[in-house]
Design a protein. Structure first.
Length: 181
């Protein structure tokens, strides 16, 4: 099975250097595709993969694939790669890469880069899901295999829906009691 994005596209879309070995990008891309499979559902994902492998994407799937799926996969893979980028596995454990004339990025800088990649990923994920929803609203026959509408809300976070106005009022009263002694 071929990957849904190329190494070249991943490097062009994100800040991954050309010198990074393709082998180091395989797992991040596969993990990103696992997330896409969860969002779209197995049947829809499998259809997209088989059409992409055969280089025969339907018009609807092509409109979804480029740019929505490609951008989402690139940034999700980048996010996964970025977390592990300063380390490599050896037979005696994980090691941090150091060159003679450079220092590894600080935890603060790495944290900011990871946070930035997560924000971009969530933006592209939202665009992908909004596109699907808009297309299905416009024409209910489009993307019939996309039926995971409930799962997609959970794919990137959680939502608390059990709080009622009564609960909010109770919380406000408790907050006032603690504030006033």
């Amino acid at each position: 099975m071929a990957l849904l994005i190329t190494y070249s596209y991943l490097r062009t879309e994100t800040d991954i250097d050309q010198n990074i070995n393709n082998k180091d990008l395989d797992n991040p891309i596969k993990r990103a595709e696992d997330q896409l499979k969860f969002m779209l559902g197995t049947a829809f994902y499998d259809q997209l993969v088989s059409q992409n492998d055969a280089e025969s994407l339907s018009a609807d799937n092509q409109a979804l694939y480029d740019p929505y799926v490609k951008k989402y996969l690139a940034w999700q893979a980048y996010q996964y790669w970025l977390i592990k980028s300063p380390v490599y596995a050896t037979k005696i454990g994980m090691r941090q890469f150091r060159e003679d004339n450079s220092d590894p990025a600080s935890d603060k800088i790495m944290g900011e880069m990871i946070r930035d990649a997560k924000e971009a990923t969530q933006g592209y994920k939202g665009a992908l899901l909004s596109f699907l929803k808009a297309q299905q609203t416009e024409d209910t026959s489009k993307y019939p295999l996309y039926t995971n509408k409930d799962k997609t809300a959970m794919a990137g976070g959680f939502h608390v829906t059990a709080i009622t106005n009564k609960d909010r009022k109770s919380a406000e009263i408790n907050r006032e009691l603690y504030s006033n002694g």
